[in-house]
Design a protein around this ligand. Structure first.
Ligand code: ADP
Ligand code: LRH
Length: 573
């Protein structure tokens, strides 16, 4: 029989794409790009400056074309589409009027107008109270803060429904309005422990900010990832040339889909203290990695490499995800849980761990950790690092000046720079807005009393050194707060192709870095669809589950590992 075919719409802040996922033998996904379109914040002049918007209609055009092409390419492989799923960047939304038409083009989270709002909210609802419920790190653009600003605008009065970006596209495809929970968890309006709308918090915001009095009425019903929303509507069928294909609510936050699409090995008990002795090898070891272990195989089967001196033992998994606090693994062996960290590296770098319950402590809030929701009841315990946005904005600025850089040559030149000279704090909101990044980065270096990079390669190196330092800091803090020992770091997304950054990350963390897949979000999107429509079920002969039962997260990741070319970077010091 031919492959099962799924179309993943994956909208990043830098580009949107439609990927056809061909699932071969229920074991391996081949991704074929059937559409890619540019994305980015667009300044729209106002009497007092400019608002930042997304061009969601341009994205919609690209999605329609990409889906039509996905249908054609699937047919050429002897398959027809069995599902469509949409994921995108988080927090932003479209408002629909009573007729279901868009009230205004969605605003972009990088709009500087949002910057002062958080403090206005915290003055009325203390940050600690918010964190105890929604578990979100402080980000100035969390949906709840955007809404306070938006509610003061005339357009808001016409709003009847609020749909996050992927839910908006799903609604345009099906006519059905829902809020998928992984992305809804980034709004600040969801209870991280119960995975439901945080009604008391929403009511409270409505009382404190009269413009938000009707907020609850704007929010659709929540659904978990993996819910089949409905078939393509008759209109969407005409627009795409496709049939009544089921549209599935995947893990619609792109980062949640990317974490599904990360070949994380199962957590394991670890014994013996971590040895931090540097290796004597002066050159980075870059070797192909075969696959991550099957969830149910002993960890020894990962091959000869033990992570950072940590010896892994046995095959115990802790419910498939890392448990916080005292775990079964700890109780039975007296050891700590060893787990892999992930970095979803695109426009942002999302750095953290997968947990089975939120960490809502004050220490966690103060350290800037978020508890966003993941697939199958998991929690994405992570921190937003400003990411390749800073580097890409430099590239865009140099291109605008008429003297564009070749990416590979620039990265080679940056690799030859001394390194470690300038390391700035990329959490600074000064980097959030678009425009003139080289000047803003050098200004930040000056403010921090650091050497100001004088050339483009030196500046590139400084940005990447700063990223690697932020990754190491974040991974250390996550491990401490969640009570686990990190054994390796997985980097996925477009940034996993940046070999220099991967090497610097291995060195800064002292841990092996496993890079890939590049299209982790699209892969995670496809896998959740396949499971939802009943294609990805456990093979009873594997002994890993009942016949016909849907695969767990570990089973989905077996497919990720089988579908990806991974590259491993060992730390050199
Ligand atoms: P998003 O989903 O946020 O739009 P992506 O996952 O597509 O982001 O990653 C985009 C980033 O990947 C770019 O910002 C760029 O820095 C990096 N990138 C893409 N291709 C390469 C490459 N060949 N080498 C190094 N970096 C790359
Ligand atoms: C990455 C991302 C991230 C959010 C940000 C708004 O694309 O979804 O997880 O914090 O965009």
């Amino acid at each position: 029989t031919g492959p099962a075919a799924f179309a993943a719409v994956d909208l990043g802040a830098t580009s949107g794409r439609v990927m056809l996922g061909l699932l071969h033998d229920g074991a391996r996904v081949e991704l074929v790009e059937t559409g890619r379109f540019a994305n980015g914040p667009i300044p729209v002049p106002t009497p007092d400056g400019a608002d930042l918007h997304w061009d969601v209609l341009h994205l919609w055009r690209g999605i329609l074309d990409g889906l039509r092409e996905a249908g054609r390419v699937a047919a050429a492989h002897g398959a027809s589409l069995a599902g469509i799923g949409v994921d995108s960047w988080a927090v932003d939304y479209g408002l629909l009027d009573a007729r279901g038409a868009l009230v205004a083009s969605p605003r972009c989270y990088r709009d500087p107008a949002f910057l002062p709002v958080a403090d206005e909210v915290y003055a009325r609802v203390p940050a600690a109270e918010l964190y105890a419920v929604n578990g979100l790190q402080h980000l100035p653009f969390t949906t709840a803060f955007q809404l306070v600003d938006d509610a003061a605008r005339p357009a808001f009065e016409g709003a009847h429904d609020l749909l996050l970006i992927p839910d908006l596209i799903t609604c345009w495809l099906t006519g059905v309005r829902v809020a998928e929970v992984t992305n809804a968890s980034t709004t600040g309006l969801v209870d991280a422990a119960t995975r439901t709308w945080a009604e008391p918090l929403i009511d409270r915001l409505g009382r404190e900010f009269p413009g938000l009095a009707g907020l609850r009425g704007l929010l659709p019903d929540l659904v978990e990832a993996g819910t089949i929303i409905g078939p393509l509507s008759a209109t969407a069928q005409k627009l795409t040339g496709l049939g009544a294909i089921p549209v599935v609510a995947v893990a619609s936050h792109d980062t949640a889909s990317a974490v599904v699409g990360t070949p994380l090995p199962p957590p394991t008990p670890v014994v013996e203290p971590v040895e931090t002795t540097p290796t004597s090898n002066p050159t980075p070891v870059v070797e192909p990695v075969e696959t991550t272990p099957q969830r149910d195989e002993p960890v020894a089967s990962t091959g000869s490499t033990t992570a950072g001196g940590v010896v892994s033992t046995g095959s115990t998994t802790v419910g498939g995800v890392v448990s916080t606090g005292s775990t079964t693994a700890e109780a039975s062996t007296g050891s700590t849980t060893g787990a892999a960290a992930y970095i979803s590296s695109g426009t942002w770098s999302l750095v953290g761990l997968e947990l089975d319950a939120p960490v809502l402590t004050e220490a966690s809030r103060e350290a800037g950790f978020t508890n966003e929701l993941g697939l199958d009841g998991t929690v994405r315990y992570l921190h937003n690092v400003m990411g390749l946005w800073v580097f890409d904005e430099c590239l865009r600025e140099w291109a605008r000046s008429g003297d564009a850089e070749d990416l590979d040559e620039l990265l080679d030149a940056a690799a030859a720079e001394p390194g470690g000279l300038t390391v700035v704090d990329l959490d600074d909101p000064a980097f959030l807005a678009p425009g003139d990044m080289p000047r803003r980065f050098t200004a930040a270096a000056e403010r921090a009393g650091q050497p100001v990079p004088a050339t483009r390669p030196a500046l590139t190196r400084a940005v990447l050194d700063s990223l690697a330092a932020a990754y190491a800091r974040t991974i250390r803090a996550a491990a401490e707060l969640a009570g686990v020992r990190i054994t390796q770091v997985h980097v996925v997304g477009g940034g996993s192709q940046n070999a220099l950054l991967c090497r610097l990350t291995a060195d800064a963390t002292g841990l092996p870095v496993v890079a890939g897949p590049v299209e982790a979000a699209a892969l995670g999107n496809v896998l959740v669809q396949a499971r939802a429509v009943g294609v990805l079920v456990d093979d009873p002969s594997s002994g890993s589950g009942a016949a016909g039962a849907p695969r767990g997260l570990g089973g989905l990741r077996d497919v990720v590992a089988a579908s990806s070319d991974l590259v491993r970077y060992e730390p050199t010091h």
